[in-house]
Structure formats: C-alpha cells, structure tokens
Design a protein around this ligand. Structure first.
Ligand code: BEZ
Length: 245
C-alpha cells in the first residue's frame, strides 16, 4: 500500500543515535527549547495519550514522585500530550488536590508538561501511531544524552502503564556504560558484574581465556568483571542535596 507524504510525516520516528529533533514549546513551566535548554544533562522526553485519563494519571504521580531521584542522576523530565495548556494545568491541579495512587498523594508535578494541540512535537518524534490512535500520542519515552543525542527509545500502547523502575535502570545503565566503557548484561543493576568489550584479536581472545585476573570469561567473547555499586553511584549520582528535598 502506498503511503502519502502526510502519513510519512506522522509516523517517521527519530532513531537511536540521531540528534534529538529540535523544537520550541509552551509548557506548564513556561517556554522550553529542546534539546538546547538541556545541554550538559540527560533528558527524558515522554508522551502520554491524554490528560484526565486513569493510566496517565497513575504514571504522572509515579514520575513526579521519582523526579528528585532522576534529578540526582543529572536527568530532567519533560512530558507531552496532545492537549492544551489549560487542560494540563487543570489536570495537574486535580492530581495534587484529589488523587492518591499506591500511597502517593498530594503530588505536585513540577516538571514541564508540553501543550501540543497542533501535534507539531508529537509528529517530529513519531509519537502518533495511527494504528493505535490518530489523535492521541502513544506512551513514548526518549532518552536524550547531554550532547542532545537520542540514546534509547521505549514505546508502549495506550492501555499499558510504563515501568518507571526500568526507565531509571536504563538511564543508570547507559550512564555506567559511558563512564566505565562497559556494557551491561540482561537485568543489570548497579553492583552486578559488567561486560567488557569483545576481544578484538586472536591474541587477546587467548589471553582472556588463559590468564588469571579479575575477568570471568564464559568464553573468549563473553567476559565480565566486577564493578562496585558504590563506585558506580559515586561517579553518577550528584552528591549535593537538592533544594527541593
Ligand atoms: C489512560 O490513560 O487511562 C488511557 C488513555 C487512553 C486510552 C486508554 C487509556
């Protein structure tokens, strides 16, 4: 089936490794220029389908509750939905005044929530997936690094609330890879062994399998080493107490 230019514009998605598409937007915290306002820090740009909906409300309460934890990892949060500013303001006020979720209540969403009634930003980030909804953004999460590059992307359908522990784990894992030049295996968390880069020559492969050192090699191409949890957190997390704590 042929796709029209308009369809392509809606569904085109930026990819891992791309520069994050730039935009200026109105938010509940004033105007932002993305990603330039966030240079030097990580940013998580995420979309949700609509204000005043239950799954989204549970997600916003959870994310706002974790905002300081992300800030300590040098990461700012930015939300988006295809709603107007006044709807956003009314919804965030309702969340603070009335809604409790899993014991979290009186939650103030302090991070910016983008109004995107024109869908301009949602289209740039492929957040509209017409098979799922033509008018609401899916639950997209873009991890943008301090240089403005997209480093990871998660997409969930409308009905599925995201796992914020996984979003935090992915952020810390990517920062650990950057700081220690390692990769992280399945289900990695700080304190678990990390994977070192594959042997690039037969000599190194042989050495890895024969010499006794801190490496643990399942085979020449799969070697791990310990990386202390405190060392990871010490390098990544900010030491100063945040003003809002
Ligand atoms: C929700 O957030 O509850 C929701 C939004 C759009 C479709 C389905 C669920």
């Amino acid at each position: 089936m042929e796709t029209t230019q308009a369809q392509e514009n809606i569904t085109a998605m930026p990819r891992i490794g791309d520069k994050a598409p730039a935009f200026k937007a109105i938010t509940t915290q004033g105007e932002i220029n993305f990603p330039s306002d966030y240079e030097g820090e990580w940013a998580i740009l995420f979309s949700h389908p609509a204000d005043f909906t239950p799954v989204c409300t549970s997600e916003f309460i959870t994310f706002a509750h974790l905002e300081n934890k992300f800030a300590k990892a040098n990461c700012k949060l930015i939300g988006l939905s295809i709603d107007g500013l006044y709807s956003h303001i009314a919804w965030l006020r309702t969340i603070k005044e009335k809604i409790e979720f899993k014991g979290m209540k009186d939650i103030e969403v302090k991070f910016p929530l983008i109004e995107d009634i024109t869908m301009e930003v949602a289209k740039k980030y492929g957040m509209i997936q017409p098979g799922e909804s033509k008018t609401q953004a899916v639950r997209a999460v873009f991890f943008v690094d301090p240089k403005g590059l997209i480093r990871a992307i998660i997409y969930y359908p409308l009905s599925l609330g995201r796992n914020f522990d996984e979003i935090y784990r992915a952020l810390i894992a990517m920062q650990t890879s950057d700081k220690f030049s390692v990769a992280t295996p399945a289900d990695w968390n700080p304190g678990d062994d990390v994977i070192i880069s594959p042997a690039g020559s037969c000599g190194v492969a042989e050495e890895r399998m024969t010499s006794s050192n801190e490496l643990k090699c399942e085979d020449w191409f799969f070697c791990t080493k310990p990386l202390n949890k405190e060392e990871v957190l010490d390098k990544i997390l900010k030491k100063t107490k945040l003003l809002t704590e």
